[in-house]
Design a binder for this molecule. Sequence first.
Ligand SMILES: *Cc1c(COP(=O)(O)O)cnc(C)c1O
Length: 425
Amino acid sequence: MKKIPYVTLEQAAEIKKTYPTPFHLYDEKGIRANARAVKEAFAWNKGFREYFAVKATPNPYIMDIFRDYDFGFDCSSKTELLLADAVGASGEHIMFSSNETPAEEYALAAKLGAIINLDDFTHIEFLENILGEFPETMCCRFNPGGFFTLSNGIMDNPGDSKYGMTKEQLAEAYRILRDKGVKHFGMHAFLASNTVTNEYYPRLAGQLFTLAADIKKELGIHFSFINLSGGVGIPYTPDAEPNDIYAIGRGVKEEFDRILVPAGMGDVAIYTEMGRFMLAPYGALITTAIHEKHIYKEYIGVDACAANLMRPAMYGAYHHITVLGKENEECDHRYDIVGSLCENNDKFAINRMLPRIDKGDILFIHDTGAHGFSMGYNYNGRLRSAELLLQEDGSVKLIRRAETERDYFATFDCTPYYDRIRFDG
Ligand SMILES: *Cc1c(COP(=O)(O)O)cnc(C)c1O
């Protein structure tokens, strides 16, 4: 599918006058339309709830948009819990799916009334020592081991991932929790990432539903929800077919009707914890070409770097790039689009065919709305960019200012150096 930016060159140039590049720009209209679609696709399930994976884009203004759809938040650290709390979420609107969890974070999750998802069998005792007694509802994370394959060749390797419990541990965990007075249970699994197919959730649901029905039969416990977690992908490349969330919802319903309803479990709520699918396409990194370099290859140097978007450097991930104002020009130049880090993997694109790029051109790097800004870091003393929200009425709201050098210096005591730091250049 052709990738079309949600701002024109004129708009971007106007925004740039107030907020210098680079910045991440989110599209509120797209976010809302997609959130509505997700809700509709699962409307057949009475208790359905999406718990937005906060780590994907931890910004309270974005999270607030999701509150309008009664979404909850999937948190895995203290800071993420604080964010969920800050936007007014509490109780069953927070899912705490963490691993290698510090004791104080479990304590905070319990204080907020969050649903706690245990990543490991040993955490039963760990949590009991912290809380004294268990909340009424508890969730356990399952890892089936082995490989998880889908018909289009997507494969992931749960057997090599650090998350969740084995099947035997899982059943034993539910038994122990039942005997310790827990009343309601959830099951959670995350088996494959960025699945660009409508098959993933239904397949995962089928596995979890069958297992839950077996465990219910064996232990007589009540499952109040099954959490399909994240992993629903988006087409980063223009040739990939986007997922159809309605088809995904129907696929999960078929498994629900086939497995859970006959098992007397028709009251089970379906939960999801999507991050990427909720936001990736509705965010972009806007950056300006500031240098061109001709050596053994052609390089375009931009004012953003991997500190603003790590996925290409970290995973070799593809992010589509549109040169604003040149949407209809021929892609007859081969470029590496690079940032300034002193690391040779700081490349947003390698051997990419694009229109001729001139210094000053504004580049729209697509699909950075999830796992984009949030993976930012300060290598080379580079600073995190601003986050802007393109609101439905076309106006732009600053939802996080850019870091400044003062922020960078703020975590050590600069008193001995204060007179000498030239913050203002
Ligand atoms: C990362 C994560 C998610 C979100 O994953 P996406 O691929 O962004 O949908 C959901 N749940 C848990 C526990 C995660 O770690």
